[in-house]
Design a binder for this molecule. Structure first.
Ligand SMILES: [Zn+2]
Length: 332
């Protein structure tokens, strides 16, 4: 089961909401930070040393806190690049102990403006997974747009039954993809106001990121829930983004992050056909240092605002284990 983003550190699948959009509840910086003092934390930390931690950020809203997290990583871990993970798999040789790969999903401009300087100053590599149809535009993420439109009088048939505003995203994600697109259209034509623009990364920004050791990966054309798409749409979403990225970067991307974090077998076969070597989930887990399923690599959900105390317990796998236990006390 994909890790439900709404119960992790953030209620949104994307980066920071522009100030004018409905305020999302802020992540609790230190929620669970007390776990660091748990007697089992040393056990988890020792176990984590033998695992691969792939961190999944969205944007970076707090550069100072992000810098502190990177300093923590340099002390506690071995930052590795996307290419190092690919190489480990192709050579069948596990990554070094305490390996950590940093990734960013959706890649709003803060990846360029806030994350890149902090990473470059510490010579830490990373990877950013971009939504191809937004590159070079000022269009907001569709989930931000839907929330804004609904708050400004937008109506849609599929949303006509009463529901809490904070459930809007969950309801949209549950719809078959054509219905989600139609619902967005209905919200657009009925809302009193248009949503504010959100300047996105441009093709030259992608090249600048890559030159500074932030690899660029595929995160589909438009970030639908792939499990709610038909076969042709699954293929079109991946292939379309693949072609655009290949054109912008002059070489084909080799890594993919599943939108909304859930594995989709139909996407897996499209990715294999295109020669992808790595695929990333958002399941809030550590994985083996030599990934067994390279197109299903686990990631831990983190946020730049997370306190270093809590960050430690996420990195060790203790906080994810406690969260899983809370959801499934009898085991999974
Ligand atoms: Zn995403």
């Amino acid at each position: 089961m994909p890790y439900p983003e709404s119960t992790t550190v953030s209620t949104r699948p994307g980066g920071p909401s522009p100030a004018v959009l409905p305020a999302a509840p802020q992540p609790e910086r230190d929620r669970g930070g007390w776990l660091r003092f748990s007697p089992v934390q040393p056990f988890f930390r020792a176990r984590a040393a033998q695992r691969l931690a792939v961190l999944a950020y969205h944007g970076v809203t707090d550069p100072r806190s992000f810098g502190a997290q990177l300093d923590r990583l340099r002390r506690l871990a071995t930052p590795v690049s996307l290419q190092a993970v690919e190489r480990a798999i192709s050579e069948g040789r596990p990554l070094p102990p305490r390996s950590v790969l940093i990734t960013f999903d959706d890649a709003d401009r803060t990846v360029l403006t806030h994350a890149l300087p902090a990473l470059a100053a510490r010579r830490i590599p990373a990877a950013a997974f971009v939504i191809a149809e937004l590159i070079g535009t000022d269009r907001p993420f569709w989930w931000h747009e839907a929330a804004f439109l609904a708050q400004h009088g937008g109506q849609a048939r599929s949303l006509s039954t009463s529901g809490r505003p904070d459930q809007l995203l969950a309801r949209l994600k549950a719809l078959p993809d054509p219905d989600r697109r139609r619902t967005l259209h209905e919200l657009r034509v009925s809302a009193r106001r248009r949503p504010p623009g959100q300047e996105q990364l441009a093709p030259e920004d992608l090249r600048a990121l890559r030159a500074a050791k932030v690899a660029i990966g595929n995160h589909t054309m438009g970030h639908p829930c792939l499990s709610r798409c038909d076969d042709a749409t699954v293929a079109a979403e991946i292939v379309g983004a693949h072609r655009s990225l290949t054109q912008w970067l002059g070489e084909p991307p080799t890594a993919f992050a599943y939108p909304n974090g859930g594995y989709e077998p139909r996407a897996d076969s499209v990715l294999r056909g295109l020669g992808y070597r790595l695929g990333f989930l958002s399941d809030h887990r550590l994985g083996p240092r030599l990934p067994v399923h390279p197109l299903r690599i686990s990631r831990l959900q983190v946020d730049s605002t997370t306190s270093t105390r809590r960050f430690d317990t996420i990195l060790s796998g203790l906080e994810p284990a406690v969260q899983r236990w809370r959801r499934h006390p009898d085991g999974e």
